[in-house]
Design a protein around this ligand. Sequence first.
Ligand SMILES: [Zn+2]
Length: 321
Amino acid sequence: MANRLEKLSMFIIKIEKVLFLIIFLIFFSCSSNKTSSDDQDSNILIVDNDIDWSEFLEYSKGNIPVILISVHGGTMSPEWISDRSCPGAVTVKDDNTYELAKETQEFLSLIEASPYVVLNKMSRKKIDLNRSLEDSNCGDTSTEEFWDLFHKKVLEYRQEIETLFGKGLVLDIHGHGHPIQRIELGYLLSKNNLSENDESLNSEDIKSLSSIRSLAENNRSGINHSELLKGEKSFGSLLDNNGYPAVPSLNDNYPSANELYFTGGYNTFYYGSRTQGNIDAIQLEINKKGVREDLNQVENFASVLSSVIMDYLSEHYGDYN
Ligand SMILES: [Zn+2]
């Protein structure tokens, strides 16, 4: 009898152990599921609901084969994005360049010629959109989606212009702080390249480096690369003729070896015709004095720039209005 009671109590102890184990497993699996699903939910909230990156960007389609880009004139500075402070990071604002792009768009719309525009409103302290993705953020990758949005929009418009018009022009608008007060036009050609003679400027070697390579191969006026850079109907000469000195141009063929000059950056390289396609690009580095110190000057210059753009198009690309 004692033996049977012993066996029964051992059986009950075993059942208790099994029940305890089952209850423990159920509790553990529920709590671990809960943790991971909460984590997923909070990730989804951060990515999808909290940030509308399009608030920092202004973009619209146009009806002429021109895209105006402005990336260094933004002022929006959300505190949840780290300031760029890694070695080599330039954070200075190109004053009034966003406003200049807007005014130019306005003047063109008065003659019913709307350029495509993609304008960044975020401060350069937070992101540099004239750099590769890796170099744009100094390690705070929270802006990667915004970098993508900006560049996908430019690519989309570039593709649309190529489909609708066959060729076109990207103008990347910047402001420089160099001592010589002239507009620096960047075609991805160095000071050395630009100082070469006409024969050399028209060689395949130099044309293959140019952000207007496609235009040099085929343009309405039938002129060569050298003339497109610094002839009477070059972008620089059209600006100069209207009271805004520029280099290269007829009166200022190339910057001297000791003078500061911007050749063109990431956007001029990727959106111009140096490596592919029929969309050209020019980087406009605009001096400050007399041109963009205040909004009056900006308005005056935007009026000239819009007519230079239309002259340049009708000389070299086609009639679009
Ligand atoms: Zn700039």
